[in-house]
Design a protein around this ligand. Structure first.
Ligand SMILES: C[S@@+](CC[C@H](N)C(=O)[O-])C[C@H]1O[C@@H](n2cnc3c(N)ncnc32)[C@H](O)[C@@H]1O
Length: 298
C-alpha cells in the first residue's frame, strides 16, 4: 500500500484527461477555473514535471503564463508581461486565448492593475498639495505605463520622473511609449543597488521590485534611498501580500517566485532601518493582494 503522503509523481488519470482537454481548448473556460485552480493548488512538488509535460504546448510565448515560464528577457516579471497585464491583453488566437483570459482574471493580475491606480492617486495628491515642481523617482520602472497614463491624463503636470531600470529593453520600451513626454522624464539604465541619486525626491516609488529582494536587501534598499527624500517626502514600496491567492498558480504555471510578505513583515523590516514607528504605515489595494509600505521622511 502506498503511504498517503507519498505520490508517484504522476497525476491521477482523471486530472490528466481534464488538463489535456484544457490544452486542446486553449485553456480553461470560466466554469473550469475553479477545478483547474484546485489541481494547481494541490499539486505535490514531485507532480510538477508531469503537470508541465501535459500543458507544455501552452507554455510558450503565445500565452502570458508561457511568457512567464519562458522568461525571454531572462527574469520573471519583465516590462512586456507587466504592460500586457495593464492593457488586459488576451491573445486572439483561440489556441491560446482561454489561458490569457484565465490569467487576466486572477487576483494577482487585478492587483497589478490596482497598484497602477494606487500610484496614479498618489501622483494626483502630490500635485494638489505642492505648488512647485514635483520630483518622483521610480525604482524598477519597467514599461512606465503608469507614468504614461498619468501624463496623458494630466497635461501640464508639474511632475518630473526619474526612471531607473537595469534592463535596456525596459528602458527602450518605456522611452518609446513616452516619447511625447521627453521633457518630463529622465531614464537611468542601472541596477537600483548601484544608482546614486543626484537630487531629493517628493516621492520614491517602487512596485514589483522589492518582492524579489531577500529581507537583507529590502532593508538595505530602504536605507540607501530614504536619505534622498525631500522634506515632507515619502517612500512607497509595493510588495505582494502573503495572502496572495494567485501565488501557487504563478509558481507552478510560470515558475515565478516572489518573496510574499505580510503587513507585519513590512513594518518589521521598515523598523530595522532609520525610520521610526510614527513614520511608517502599510496600505493595500482593494483586493489586499498588493501591500504598500509607506515611509515618511523624518
Ligand atoms: C515587475 S516589473 C515592475 C515594473 C513597474 N514598477 C510596474 O509596477 O509597472 C520589475 C522591473 O524591475 C526591474 N528590475 C528588477 N531588478 C532590478 C534591479 N536590481 N535594478 C534595476 N531594475 C530592476 C526589471 O527589469 C523590471 O522592469
Amino acid at each position: 500500500m502506498t503511504h498517503p503522503l507519498v505520490t508517484s509523481g504522476q497525476l491521477p488519470d482523471e486530472e490528466r484527461t481534464f488538463l489535456t482537454s484544457l490544452v486542446e481548448k486553449g485553456g480553461p473556460e470560466p466554469h473550469q477555473d475553479k477545478e483547474f485552480t484546485a489541481i494547481v493548488n494541490n499539486l505535490e512538488d514531485d507532480e510538477m514535471d508531469s503537470f508541465r509535460e501535459i500543458i507544455k504546448s501552452s507554455l510558450n510565448e503565445n500565452t502570458l503564463i508561457g511568457h512567464g515560464f519562458v522568461k525571454p528577457y531572462g527574469y520573471p516579471g519583465d516590462f512586456s508581461i507587466i504592460h500586457n497585464i495593464y492593457r488586459m491583453f488576451v491573445n486572439p488566437d483561440p489556441k491560446y486565448s482561454n489561458w490569457d483570459r484565465f490569467f487576466q482574471d486572477q487576483a494577482g493580475a487585478h492587483a497589478v492593475r490596482n497598484r497602477k491606480d494606487y500610484f496614479l492617486k498618489r501622483c494626483g495628491e502630490l500635485e494638489q498639495r505642492k505648488q512647485k515642481e514635483i520630483k518622483i523617482l521610480i525604482l524598477g520602472c519597467g514599461p512606465a505605463t503608469d507614468v504614461h497614463e498619468y501624463l496623458i491624463k494630466n497635461p501640464g503636470s508639474r511632475i518630473h520622473f526619474d526612471l531607473v531600470d537595469f534592463d535596456q529593453n525596459a528602458i527602450d520600451f518605456a522611452r518609446a511609449q513616452n516619447l511625447s513626454f521627453n521633457d518630463s522624464i529622465d531614464y537611468f539604465r542601472i541596477n537600483v543597488l548601484r544608482f546614486k541619486p543626484y537630487q531629493w525626491y517628493d516621492l520614491i516609488w517602487s512596485a514589483g521590485l522589492f518582492d524579489y529582494f531577500k529581507d537583507k536587501h529590502f532593508v538595505y534598499m530602504i536605507n540607501k534611498y530614504y536619505r534622498y527624500l525631500s522634506e515632507g517626502g515619502e517612500y512607497i514600496i509595493g510588495n505582494f501580500s502573503s495572502s496572495n491567492p494567485t501565488r501557487r498558480l504563478m509558481e507552478v504555471l510560470s515558475d515565478w517566485y516572489l518573496n510574499h510578505r505580510s503587513k507585519n513583515d513590512l513594518i518589521r523590516l521598515a523598523l530595522e532601518t532609520e525610520a521610526g514607528k510614527d513614520q511608517v504605515k502599510v496600505e493595500m489595494e482593494e483586493l489586499g493582494v498588493n501591500l504598500f509600505l509607506r515611509i515618511k521622511a523624518a
